[in-house]
Design a binder for this molecule. Structure first.
Ligand SMILES: [Cu+2]
Length: 115
């Protein structure tokens, strides 16, 4: 899973080189994460500072939630109803645990490169 998300990141970086003007207008890449099966998929992502992770509750009729609680960065989506999504923009570098307040076993490791 980690390899897959790294590949997604590299693909985004290649896109930045080949389509620099377009990407400059769009901004840093956005990675997409599923919550299917009561698990973040992928469960680890690597992204540059300023990039975002869009997390979608595509897990049937289950209610989910997304939060980050660290000294450097915090985020709380509130209840994430079935079919809804939330965008988390990581403005500081570091390693963060993205969690679901409803299902404690759900964990997404986010590594943000750059200061
Ligand atoms: Cu959940």
């Amino acid at each position: 899973m980690r390899r897959l998300s790294l590949a997604a990141f590299i693909f985004g970086a290649v896109g930045a080189v080949t389509g620099g003007i377009a990407l400059a207008a769009i901004g840093p890449p956005t990675l997409h994460v599923s919550q299917k099966g009561r698990a973040f998929q992928p469960n680890a992502v690597l992204l540059p500072r300023g990039a975002s992770v869009e997390i979608v509750n595509d897990d049937g009729d289950l209610l989910h939630h997304v939060y980050v609680d660290s000294p450097e960065f915090s985020f709380d989506s509130g209840d994430l109803k079935p079919g809804s999504r939330t965008l988390v923009t990581f403005t500081v570098g570091g390693t963060f645990a993205v969690l679901c307040g409803i299902h404690p076993k759900m964990k997404l490791a986010v590594r943000v490169e750059g200061r």
